[in-house]
Design a binder for this molecule. Structure first.
Ligand SMILES: C[S@@+](CC[C@H](N)C(=O)[O-])C[C@H]1O[C@@H](n2cnc3c(N)ncnc32)[C@H](O)[C@@H]1O
Length: 440
């Protein structure tokens, strides 16, 4: 019953979109609401929830402009239902008459019969309008639905590209996977998927990346349960491809959970000793689950990367990966709720933590070794400025990041923008430490 999916989408969004960043994680609430729904209804619920989070500010702007008076605070689920109905009319190709019939029923199910007429009238009005025409007159932060602080930061950093970056951040993302090169090859996995009538296209940046269509829950794909591939964005696959270490070397993955890159490291360096460190003990089991599914191994440590004195055994690492906690501004299309959960002040705190992690871990890198720093952010304070600051304070460090044609201009490291049907926004920098074996 599609109505059940719509009702649950309202519950999801009411829990996720709370004032002052207080809402729950979209993915976590969706997982909680999935049981009992058919796969098609799970898809509808997820589409409504992701869609409203992506276009929240625009939808809210239209709604408030077209209502005579605001709804009472106790009617928040009704307001959310109106936003979801508006999203469905404007941004999906579902038949308008079906959508217009469905949402008044949802209002009735919410025990708000008083809202059915209002809902009907508003959605009818919206169905006669084009969201592009409506949004063309609005401020960019409303048109692209981002909080003011994020718009200001992006416009400051990327005056020419900011609007395009935000437009791409509201696209539905493609399903990208990383083939487990220890168990198979990209061609073999693509052939297997194609034989089962999925479309599998090779990525252009990462040698292990496949894009799969149509995007479906990954456990429905042949080969996933056997550990032949993992879900991972193409840009997120690149930091590990920049790393090098002796065959039996020692590698630290310093911010490991949920373990996507720990597993990738184990695939790329089968005989290396890999340590996966994570500060959040509740997230560590997910690293183990990922490794188990792929039949890979690493040493798991619960600890704080800024405090190596508490967990480091004193043996230096050939290579260190810092996949740092960040604003997630490069992956808004995958985590649109993060726009509404992060507050302006969070960015300064993240920048400070990233800097502390870099400074604390550099002494653990062997002379001649490397540290790869990565974020899924588009903001310079977390990326090129962070690396420039680090380089200015460390004479034994050199930026050795390969250039890429797809990158945005950057004075340190490599900044990739989100691209339609391709990679997320991502930053990485390979920092080499001078010493024996160090290049020219
Ligand atoms: C971007 S996520 C890492 C994603 C992971 N590398 C992957 O590919 O699946 C950042 C992680 O760093 C962890 N973290 C945050 N502060 C940390 C710290 N001081 N020390 C170690 N881990 C930290 C967070 O809990 C989070 O799990």
């Amino acid at each position: 019953m599609a109505d059940a999916a719509r009702r649950r989408a309202v519950r999801v969004l009411t829990a996720v979109l709370r004032a002052r960043g207080g809402g729950e994680s979209l993915r976590a609430v969706l997982a909680r609401e999935r049981p009992g729904l058919s796969p098609a209804d799970q898809g509808l619920m997820a589409d409504l929830a992701f869609g409203v989070c992506r276009h929240y500010r625009l939808l809210e702007d239209w709604l408030h402009a077209h209502m005579k008076k605001p709804l009472k605070a106790g009617a928040r689920p009704v307001e959310v239902a109106l936003l979801a109905g508006l999203y469905e009319v404007w941004f999906t190709d579902r038949a308008h008459h079906a959508v217009l019939n469905a949402w008044p029923d949802v209002c009735r199910a919410l025990k708000a019969p008083w809202a059915t007429g209002l809902c009907n009238a508003l959605l009818r009005k919206a169905s006669g309008q084009d969201p592009r025409t409506y949004s063309a007159e609005l401020a960019p932060e409303i048109r692209h639905s981002v909080p003011d602080w994020l718009w200001q930061a992006l416009r400051h950093d990327w005056p020419e590209q900011a609007e395009e970056l935000l437009a791409r951040s509201n696209d539905a993302p493609p399903l990208a996977v990383r083939v487990n090169r220890r168990r198979s090859s990209r061609d073999a996995v693509a052939a297997r998927l194609q034989a089962a009538h999925w479309d599998a296209r090779a990525g252009e940046l990462s040698p292990d990346c496949l894009y799969i269509e149509p995007a479906r829950p990954v456990d429905q794909l042949p080969g996933f349960a056997e550990g032949l591939f993992s879900v991972q964005d193409e840009a997120a696959q690149l930091p590990v491809t920049l790393m090098d270490a002796p065959v039996d070397g020692r590698i630290l993955d310093a911010c490991a959970a949920p373990g996507g890159k720990t597993a990738q490291l184990a695939e790329h360096f089968p005989e290396a000793r890999i340590t996966a460190l994570e500060a959040d003990g509740d997230r560590l089991p997910r690293v183990q689950d990922n490794l188990d599914r792929l039949a890979l191994a690493a040493e798991l440590l619960h600890g704080d990367a800024t405090r190596p004195d508490a967990w480091w055994d004193g043996e230096a690492f050939d290579a260190v990966l810092v996949d740092a906690p960040c604003s997630a501004s490069g992956i808004l299309r995958r985590q649109p709720d993060s726009k509404w959960h992060r507050l302006a002040g969070d960015l300064d705190e993240l920048v400070r933590l990233q800097g502390e992690i870099l400074v604390a871990l550099w002494p653990l890198v062997k002379h001649g070794g490397m540290l790869v720093y990565a974020t899924c952010s588009l903001l310079k304070s977390e990326n090129e400025e962070q690396v420039q600051r680090f380089l200015a304070g460390h004479a034994d460090a050199r930026d050795d990041t390969p250039e890429r044609a797809e990158a945005l201009p950057s004075r340190a490291g490599c900044q990739l923008p989100p691209a339609k049907g391709a990679q997320d926004g991502f930053f990485f920098a390979r920092l080499c430490k001078s010493g024996k074996g160090f290049g020219p």
